[in-house]
Design a protein around this ligand. Structure first.
Ligand SMILES: Nc1ncnc2c1ncn2[C@@H]1O[C@H](COP(=O)(O)OP(=O)(O)OP(=O)(O)O)[C@@H](O)[C@H]1O
Ligand SMILES: [Mg+2]
Length: 337
């Protein structure tokens, strides 16, 4: 059978900082091999803007000019099975774009995303959509807003079973059985499968989102601000559930959040992003007790102290010099762990 040729790979583009892998996260055991090897990942957006009449730029159509926004610019990391990598940074630093490129929900501009699947290492960045489809079962995403990510016209049972239907897995009865087991596992009841998302609280809806993400027994979960929309007590319970499920199913997480105190609780390693680049990556405990990068210190200074009488003294990123906003090199603290 003749298959159409895979699309030509995206035109390579050079990240601002040529990066040897910035970080080599410590493996939980000597034999383990990374589930994910990301190298020099970039996503550049072309931003079109109207030029003012006085701007006369050679080669541009009158009234139009464009610029390149480097949303992700040379990101590299390894992630081992069963580990959680946190990605933190201020709004617009490129966290979501990076996570979406890793899952190939967005096509990267350049770089490789090698994922360990049954057939060996595959570069997700280069795969044809048809080759990507079976791998989608192994990678799932949990979104920030459980309400808008759940179809309001589908019952909870149909929402959770949808990935099984797409991948033609099991009979109707077998799918229903799996949905019930999954619902119960995330702390919901079997009869909730007949209801619609609007009948649930934010925390319950996030549990439904987790059930849908896990029904295919994936290896990698990307949780993008998964608990940010929940109030603190519900947040704690959902985080606890995610940690239990990780243990049980040996899940590997990428946990994107702007909330450093949440990341501290659940992550093994944390990558700090600023303007599309990883400034510093280190084991969570080390990053929080001994941040090396000036930008990490800025982020840390904004975390409220448990003692309410202790005043916050936030540092400002605008006080940092361009040199201070360069990423730490590969000889950073991580290699000493
Ligand atoms: N489709 C797009 N077209 C153009 N620019 C985009 C697009 N998607 C994201 N960007 C830009 O890329 C940059 C990074 O965006 P991204 O959403 O990844 O940031 P973020 O760190 O997730 O922020 P937040 O914490 O607010 O979610 C931003 O400047 C954003 O405006
Ligand atoms: Mg985001």
């Amino acid at each position: 059978m003749n298959h159409p040729a895979p699309p030509t790979p995206p035109t390579p583009s050079t990240p601002s900082t040529p990066s040897a892998p910035l970080t080599n996260l410590t493996s939980p055991n000597a034999q383990a091999q990374p589930l994910l090897e990301v190298r020099n990942l970039c996503k550049h957006f072309t931003i079109k803007a109207k030029a003012k009449a006085k701007d006369n730029i050679k080669g541009k159509k009158k009234g139009q000019m464009s610029s390149i926004l480097k949303a992700v610019d040379g990101v590299s990391f390894d992630l081992y099975p069963g580990q959680t990598l946190g990605i933190v940074g201020e709004s617009g630093s490129g966290k979501t774009t990076c996570a979406r490129c890793v899952l190939r929900a967005l096509d990267p501009t350049c770089g490789t995303v090698r994922f360990r699947s049954a057939g060996g290492l595959v570069d997700l960045a280069q795969l044809h959509p048809r080759q990507l489809k079976p791998l989608r079962q192994e990678m799932q995403m949990i979104f920030q807003d459980p309400f808008s990510s759940l179809n309001p016209r589908m019952t909870v049972g149909d929402i959770i079973a949808e990935p099984l239907v797409i991948h033609r897995m099991g009979s109707r009865a077998q799918r229903a059985q799996r949905v019930v087991a999954m619902l119960e596992r995330v702390g919901m009841q079997a009869n909730h499968m007949y209801r619609y998302p609007h009948a649930f609280s934010g925390g319950q809806r996030q549990r439904i989102g987790i059930a849908r993400a896990l029904i295919m027994k994936p290896k990698l979960i990307v949780a993008d601000e998964a608990v940010s929309a929940l109030d603190v007590s519900v947040q704690a319970k959902v985080l606890e559930l995610l940690q239990e499920l990780q243990q049980e199913m040996n899940l590997t997480y990428i946990f994107v959040s702007h909330d450093l105190s949440v990341v501290r609780e659940v992550c093994d390693h944390v990558a700090v992003m600023y303007k599309g680049r990883i400034m510093e990556m280190a084991p969570a405990a080390q990053l929080y007790t001994n941040p090396e990068h000036a930008y990490t210190k800025v982020l840390m200074s904004a975390i409220p102290h448990p003692d309410p009488d202790r005043k916050l003294k936030p540092l400002r990123v605008t006080d940092l010099t361009p040199q201070q906003l360069e990423p730490l090199t590969s000889t950073s603290a991580i290699s000493q762990v």
